[in-house]
Write a protein that binds this ligand. Structure first.
Ligand code: BDR
Ligand code: CA
Length: 317
């Protein structure tokens, strides 16, 4: 069975991706690495530990990754991030404090050691900034050829960004790291706003979770917070986008998506900083390293995730 590492800035949709990935039979989650983004690094790590504890997955270790972008010396969560995910990143819900604590090994070393150990059997799903992967590539460039697959939630090819007309949030946190990743030979599936804004979860879905267990109710409280924020900021979608869960779906159900093979880069300066775009000189490349998800079967991600989560919630009280 393939092994999965989740590289997350645990806000609400990362929390859904965590549950989704632990509940699938197709892949084994071997570890979680925290990054900054929706919240700062220590909160992201604690949220991941709390979420895993809450769904009874206490055997999964959590590691601390980078605390800020490669070209910066610090990180402060944005007001927009606090609004979308709540001050604590999980919609203000008071989750039970996990008994397990973070690992001593750094998230960067854990990724490098896992690449060496599992090679092509390893998949990394990155649903926060690309900083950890950028640092790994600097320290261990062999990752590009040795790893099985990296799936990122990030970027936008056919639609505007969500933090600027050009940039999506995860790419915009560290455009240099994302550029390094795209321009390496790493096999990448890009799950960007092109498909995540078409993968919608509604309050009818979360309503069903409430009745199942305490974990189901806590998840419903978190996600309802996220849905209400989107009622204000994006009323047309009638629910919330499944950004990070869509990256998990692309790992286990690539058939949900239409993917465009394309050599990609990231703009790192000027008004369109953070834009993910094809490389003109490589437009005719036969087997580029990136596949960009440009369409998705409507409701496929929501339905699959909800099925997985219903079983998961039913097994924890
Ligand atoms: C991405 O940014 C973060 O706020 C979300 O968790 C998601 O990974 C969406 O642009
Ligand atoms: Ca995220």
């Amino acid at each position: 069975m393939k092994k999965l590492i989740l590289d997350v800035d645990t806000g609400i949709d990362d929390a859904m991706a965590l549950a989704y990935s632990t509940g699938t039979k197709e892949i084994e989650l071997i570890g979680v690495v925290g990054t900054y983004g929706n919240v700062n690094i220590s909160q992201a790590v604690q949220n991941s530990l709390n979420i895993l504890g809450m769904i009874g997955k206490t055997d999964v270790p959590v590691y601390e990754g980078a605390s800020h972008a490669m070209s910066k010396s610090s990180f402060t969560p944005s007001e927009a991030g606090k609004k979308i995910h709540g001050q604590n990143g999980v919609g203000g819900v008071d989750l039970p404090q996990a008994e397990r604590t973070k690992e001593n090994e750094s998230g960067i070393d854990f990724i490098i050691n896992s690449v060496k150990k599992y090679g092509k059997d390893l998949v990394i799903a990155a649903t926060g900034s690309m900083t950890n992967l950028g640092i790994v590539l600097k320290n261990y460039p062999e990752m590009a050829k040795e790893i099985g697959q990296i799936v990122i939630m990030g970027g936008a090819l056919t639609v505007p960004g969500n933090v600027s007309p050009f940039a999506e949030a995860n790419i915009s946190q560290d455009p240099e790291a994302a550029k390094l990743l795209f321009e390496s030979e790493t096999p990448i599936i890009m799950v960007g706003l092109d498909v995540t804004m078409r993968s919608i979860l509604t309050q009818e879905d979360t309503q069903r979770w409430r009745k199942v267990s305490k974990a189901g109710k806590d998840y419903a409280d978190m996600v309802d917070y996220y849905i209400h924020v989107h009622d204000e900021t994006a009323p047309a979608i009638n629910g919330c986008p499944l950004h990070d869960p869509a990256a998990i779906a692309a790992v286990i159900h690539p058939e949900f998506f239409d993917m465009l093979p394309l050599a990609m880069t990231v703009e790192t300066e000027g008004p369109s900083v953070g834009r993910t775009i094809g490389i003109t000189d490589k437009i005719r490349e036969k087997a580029p390293n990136v596949k960009v998800c440009i369409n998705v079967k409507e409701r496929a991600v929501a339905e699959d995730m909800c099925n997985v989560m219903a079983t998961l919630y039913a097994n924890v009280k």
